[in-house]
Write a protein that binds this ligand. Structure first.
Ligand code: GLU
Length: 447
């Protein structure tokens, strides 16, 4: 296989699907060499099959807003790959959602899920519904209307959605309520990220951020360092940024910045537990403004409009918001300010130019599909608990999450160690995930 030829074909077939093409290109470049050592993969055209989703459902979602106005959005579910288990992945509600965005996310999810050690295939879904400024009732009506179409496509052994940007515990609750009514089934395993009193796993809300910090610790230990006392710049203030901040503070690191679409809040003395709790309120308000933190904690959080978290001096950058949120210029600014490590927590948070800059300039870098896999891994643990009608304690879940993140790190080291002993985490994660899915597809024949 020649990555270039496959990319040329996909570009011609899906012009304009920039995020999807970017995600495929990154993986194909990393795996080309290893793949070509396996003629049996080439014979079964594994790559050509793996880059195409199994199927995509598209549906209209109509709902009524608080003023009585009828609104229409588009809903999607991309079932990308089921080689190693039922389809699994989140739902994203954001005004910029397109099939290209969900195809990139479903593709990434396939390899991420393979890395978790758990049997889950890859999927993603969502809608171009914009939660910003919506009331609680509007959110509920939209979630119900969305599930009215989605329920036929999903099931506990078939496809198990969860949250993502714009979808948290509240939305999962509203969607599950409607699913139950329509399917007349009380199998909570159909969705993950549920409330902890009705089948949700303890620690699922924290899991993506906690897992990211465990991964960072593994990376740092490998080079003889510790996270204690280091400064972290975090982008976003949503669920992932919240969990990451919580664990960072617990481990003795200092979070010196959080950000939003409106700008950045620098926090020179480090984020406090009160500020971390306030992030939850900021998110629930649906205002999508980080400036609210500076208003609530004057003098402690200093807001600068229009700036990113990457303008704040730090040791480690943790992108926790959205794809392509860190550009090559941002990478240069970070490095110039002394940053020496970037753990990508958002899916494809760094632009290709930023990744190349980090890798060529001695900045330790790990990709989202390894760093943020603790979220979906804990979803996998939630599925196990639901299927066996049991509930594990927070300690048990945390212990399993530790083990999973350690094993993801080991897979990256196994497949990504360079001749000089340093680790190319991008290559390691891509090759490890890819090989597992490719082998499963091969064993299951031409389907
Ligand atoms: N949306 C999250 C991710 O990007 C979690 C998915 C899940 O728990 O299924 O991995």
């Amino acid at each position: 296989m020649k990555a270039q030829d496959i990319m040329a074909r996909l570009q011609a077939k899906y012009p304009g699907e920039v995020e999807y093409l970017q995600a495929v290109q990154e993986v194909l470049e990393s795996v080309e060499e290893t793949y070509n050592q396996h003629p049996e993969f080439e014979k079964a055209r594994i790559v050509e099959r793996m880059v195409e989703p199994d199927r995509i459902f598209t549906f209209r979602v109509t709902w009524v807003d608080d003023s009585g106005e009828v609104r229409t959005n588009t809903g999607y579910r991309v079932q990308f790959n089921s080689a190693i288990g039922p389809y699994k992945g989140g739902l994203r509600f954001h005004r910029a959602v397109t099939p290209s965005m969900l195809k990139f996310l479903g593709f990434e999810q396939t390899f991420k899920n393979a890395l978790t050690t758990l049997p889950m295939g890859g999927a993603k879904g969502g809608s171009d519904f914009d939660p910003v400024g919506k009331s609680n009732d509007e959110i509920m009506r939209f979630c119900q209307a969305f599930m009215y179409e989605l329920w036929q496509c999903i099931g506990p052994d078939q496809d198990i959605p969860a949250g993502d940007v714009g979808v948290g515990g509240r939305e999962i609750g509203y969607m599950y309520g409607m699913y139950k009514k329509l399917a007349r089934e009380y199998n909570t395993g159909v969705l993950t990220g549920k409330g902890s009193t009705w089948g949700g796993s303890i620690l699922r809300p924290e899991a993506t951020g906690f897992g990211a910090l465990y991964f960072a610790q593994n990376m740092l230990h490998k080079i003889g360092k510790d996270i204690k006392g280091l400064t972290l710049a975090i982008s976003g203030f949503g669920n992932v940024a919240w969990g990451a901040s919580k664990k960072a503070v617990e481990l003795g690191a200092k979070v010196v910045a959080i950000s939003g679409p409106d700008g950045v809040c620098a926090i020179p003395d480090g984020i406090t537990p009160e500020m971390i709790d306030y992030m939850l309120e900021m998110r629930a308000s649906n205002r999508n403004r980080v400036e609210d933190m500076a208003t609530k904690f004057p003098g402690k959080a200093i807001f600068t409009p229009g700036k990113k978290a990457w303008s704040v001096k730090c040791d480690i950058a943790l992108p926790c918001a959205f794809q392509n949120e860190l550009s090559e210029d941002d990478a240069k600014e970070l490095k110039a300010n002394g940053c020496w490590c970037c753990c990508e927590v958002s899916n494809m948070g760094c632009q290709p130019g930023a990744i190349h800059f980090f890798q060529n300039n001695g900045v330790l870098f790990a990709p989202g599909k390894a760093v943020n896999a603790g979220g979906v891994a804990t979803s996998g643990l939630e599925m196990t608990q639901n299927a066996s009608h049991i509930s594990w304690s927070g300690e048990e879940v945390d212990q399993k999450l530790h083990f999973i993140m350690k094993s993801i790190h080991e897979q990256c080291v196994k497949f990504g160690t360079r001749p000089d002993g340093s680790v190319d985490y991008v290559k390691g994660a891509n090759v490890a995930g890819f090989m597992k899915v490719a082998q499963a597809m091969l064993e299951q024949g031409i389907v």
